[in-house]
Design a protein around this ligand. Structure first.
Ligand code: MIG
Length: 797
């Protein structure tokens, strides 16, 4: 059976292409027959019985909600939304014969009455930013809803979360329907996650649209027509949020406010991570860690994949493979390595044979006769059922399995509390896989749509938010189990808002050069969709990797938030040492550099937490006015400090690098370049083209083999002056583990380099790192001080 399952799961995905948004035959909403005002906007009544609400949440954030043929439902709930109460800013309404106009400080929303067309304009110039190409539409038979916006002649599209596609989504067509798609390639669509949020760009100005509808959704950015960019869903309301820029960073800030900020993960989550399907028994997993240490390779996290469990039963341990989980976890921890275990949503369907529960912790007991998770879930009616009342069964790793209704608060709480089976044994974090939810019998999810939830909604509406709710239950469970520790959760599937609970990785990629290249626009698009903590399986999950590919892969992975090597059960091993010391030396160099740059990376991560602006960025996000960056997705930036142009083809040792206008420095040689064009850079295998923007002060620390191995002392600040001889820098610090940062126990140190010295501002925040040395250097000059948090001027000599 095991063999058959492996086969079924590893079949190359048969691509179900996205459906063109077919607007033919849909019924248009409107026209407007009257309206009422509310404190935060207006509600339009239409001649066809429809209702359309325009709500002002912030000067630059307006929500449009439409019910077709009837009034808007009183229940207004979305799992994606973090902030439901907004203080309506000042706005005004103007009535004209053919139109109504709602105006804020940042936006002018014009609603034409007949036909009913919504237009967003700049209040100062009245220039149209985004406009309906036709009235919003619906299909009374199927329940489909749709909107079509005029397609700009030079309009470009970004975001949409996890898509196996290039950065610029113009002319593309995409579906949102969470799906388990092993070995996906560019063009496979949909894949694991659904983030129905996009950014439009025209002439340097950006806006955002979040179509918050969790039914199967389609986006069409000028694929089926020259005239419109359309989005539609198979059910639910027309419900979207319009974000006015023009700054993309500002939009991302608002999006984070609306759908939630990413919490700070534990600092060790930025450390190097190692996984394989599957390391067992315990002694073999220990061998992996021993080899890391013997080879002087940094490592912070080791993963246990599905084989640590007793026959794939979640919340259990296989006692033959892992006789003493606590002792095992402790052994790892003594070497600085934290343990993360996989948890799948499928609960083995196992009616009890005997009533008597075994004594002792249930996760360590034998389960062949009696499986506590199934018994408890059944007794409390926590499992999903079909419309006819029967349990919803799927087939996943444990075989016949049932799934939890995480929308029931008691079920979510129960699920969260079950994680005691891990936290009691020293497990530091949880990895949620298979949560589309995957089902070997039907990966399309079509046979799941009649599954009903406690609130009466069906899987047609909830499939896309299944993983979000599982992650929420997991995160909140970890918070209860270890109140003073930051939860660490990593997920495969998700929906908008997932960043509140989980980090993510991009699933079962291939061990190919194409997959490496594809990962860059994927991370960038995720970052433009609210998910900052992203990464891919380094080396490529499926198929056979090799030394050159692995070395080049690490040259990208060492700067991605999530840096984890992982491989399929059937794949040739590709841990850093597998292809010999030549490649291993290169990989070590980049892993060491990652740890050296940890002060910088952690600062960039804290920025993402605070502002919603991701650390892994497309050039476009930093250079929004530079149209040369519109399609660049084979280079990336970390923060606005580093620019990398990785080598993405075998055998290549040179590459062309676009540098935006400004001053740039080669990270390796310090050589200075003027940006605004392409340069040709030598890139032998041991070297990745890496640049620092002029104007930056880049913090770094001592080398380490795991986070916390030694004090971060001294902290070095390399100064890279801009053309005017100036640079600015920032350093974020906190305790790295607890949730005290939420109460302001952080420390932010800002500095400016000018006139040959550094003006250090007084440190802000309540975190006290204790005295440590700060070393500043620029072009042969340097200075060292002992930091006491006070403002001071440091002259470099
Ligand atoms: O059906 O747990 O994406 O990382 O190693 C495959 C086994 C299930 C898919 C995950 C992969 C993991 C594997 N899982």
């Amino acid at each position: 059976m095991r063999r058959a399952l492996v086969f079924a799961c590893c079949l190359p995905w048969v691509c179900v292409p996205a459906v063109a948004v077919d607007l033919g035959g849909l019924t248009a909403v409107g026209p407007v027959s009257g309206f009422t005002t509310a404190p935060d906007g207006i509600t339009l009544r239409c001649r066809d019985g429809s209702e359309v609400a325009i709500r002002v949440l912030a000067p630059d954030l307006v929500r449009v909600r439409a019910a077709f043929g009837h009034a808007l439902a009183a229940r207004d709930h979305s799992w994606a939304i973090a902030k439901t109460e907004w203080n309506a800013p000042k706005w005004s309404i103007k009535e004209e014969p053919d139109a109504l106009q709602v105006t804020t400080d940042a936006l002018e929303v014009v609603v034409h009455r007949d036909p009913l067309l919504v237009e967003f304009r700049d209040p100062a110039t009245h220039a149209v930013i985004n406009a309906d190409q036709r009235p919003m539409m619906f299909d009374p038979q199927s329940g489909m809803v749709a909107a079509a916006k005029k397609l700009g002649f030079d309009e470009h599209f970004y975001g949409l979360g996890e898509k196996a596609a290039h950065l610029d989504k113009r002319r593309g067509q995409f579906s949102m329907w969470n799906m388990d798609t092993p070995a996906y390639v560019e063009g496979t669509d949909p894949i694991y996650q659904s983030i129905p949020f996009y950014l439009g760009w025209q002439n340097g100005a950006a806006y955002g649209i979040f179509f918050d509808n969790s039914f199967r959704t389609e986006f069409d950015f000028g694929r089926s027509s020259q005239e419109y960019a359309a989005f539609s869903a198979e059910g639910g309301e027309m419900n979207y949020y319009f974000f006015q820029g023009p700054s993309m960073k500002k939009i991302l800030g608002r999006y984070a406010e609306l759908t939630g900020h990413m919490p700070m993960p534990p600092k060790w989550a930025l450390g190097n991570q190692q996984c394989r399907w599957s390391y067992y028994p315990a002694s073999m997993a220990e061998d992996v860690v021993r080899r890391y240490r013997a080879d002087d390779l940094p490592l912070d996290v080791l993963y246990l994949d599905i084989d640590y469990m007793d026959k794939y039963r979640v919340f259990t341990w296989d006692r033959e493979r892992f006789p003493d989980p606590n002792a095992f976890a402790e052994k790892l921890l003594r070497q600085g390595v934290k343990l993360v275990t996989i948890v799948d949503p499928g609960v083995k369907y196992q009616p009890a044979e005997f009533g008597a529960a075994p004594s002792g912790p249930p996760e360590l007991a034998p389960h062949d006769k009696n499986y506590y998770v199934y018994d408890q879930g059944l007794a409390h009616s926590f499992f999903l059922r079909r419309k006819d009342g029967s349990l919803f069964h799927g087939k996943v790793w444990p075989g016949d399995s049932v799934f939890v209704d995480y929308t029931q608060p008691e079920a979510a709480r129960w699920w969260g509390d079950l994680h005691r089976a891990y936290t009691d044994h020293g497990v530091a974090g949880i990895w949620n896989d298979m949560n589309e939810p995957s089902d070997f019998l039907d990966q399309t999810g079509k046979t799941q749509t009649d599954v009903v939830y406690s609130d009466g909604t069906t899987q047609a509406q909830n499939r896309n938010v299944f993983a979000l709710n599982e992650a929420r239950a997991t995160y909140e469970g970890l918070e209860r189990l270890r109140p003073d520790q930051r939860p660490y959760v990593i997920t495969r599937a998700g929906y908008a808002g997932i960043q509140r609970y989980s980090t993510m990785w991009t699933g079962d990629n291939n061990a190919t050069w194409d997959a490496l290249a594809l990962s860059i626009p994927m991370f960038q698009s995720l970052g433009l969709s609210g998910e900052a903590f992203v990464g891919a399986d380094a080396g490529g999950f499926m198929g056979r990797s090799n030394g050159e590919l692995l070395a080049r892969w690490y040259q990208v992975a060492f700067l991605t938030p999530f840096c984890r090597n992982h491989a399929d059960i059937a794949a040739y091993d590709h841990e850093p040492w597998r292809f010999g010391t030549y490649y291993e030396d290169i990989i070590r160099k980049y892993l060491k550099l990652r740890y050296k740059l940890m002060p910088f990376l952690y600062t960039a991560l804290a920025e993402a937490h605070r502002t919603g602006v991701p650390m892994f960025r497309p050039l476009l996000l930093n250079y929004q006015d530079d149209a040369n960056t519109l399609t660049i997705d084979d280079e990336f930036m970390v923060g606005d400090e580093l620019l990398e142009a990785p080598v993405l083809r075998p055998g290549e040792t040179v590459r062309l690098v676009y540098l935006p206008a400004g001053t740039w420095y080669d990270y390796w040689t310090g050589q200075r370049f003027a940006g605004g064009g392409m340069i040709r850079v030598e890139a032998p295998l041991e070297k990745v083209p890496l640049f620092v923007r002029g104007g930056v002060i880049l913090p770094s620390g001592p080398e380490m083999n795991y986070v916390g191995e030694r004090p971060v002392d001294p902290i070095r600040f390399e100064i890279y002056p801009d053309a005017a001889g100036r640079a600015t820098g920032a350093l974020y610090e906190d305790d790295g583990n607890t949730v005290a940062y939420r109460q302001g126990v952080v420390r932010r140190t800002e500095m400016v380099y000018r006139d040959g010295g550094v003006d250090l501002a007084a440190a802000v925040g309540k975190f006290q790192p204790g005295p440590r040395r700060l070393v500043f250097s620029v072009a042969g000059k340097s200075a060292q001080i002992v930091d006491d948090g006070r403002a001071q001027r440091v002259e470099l000599r």
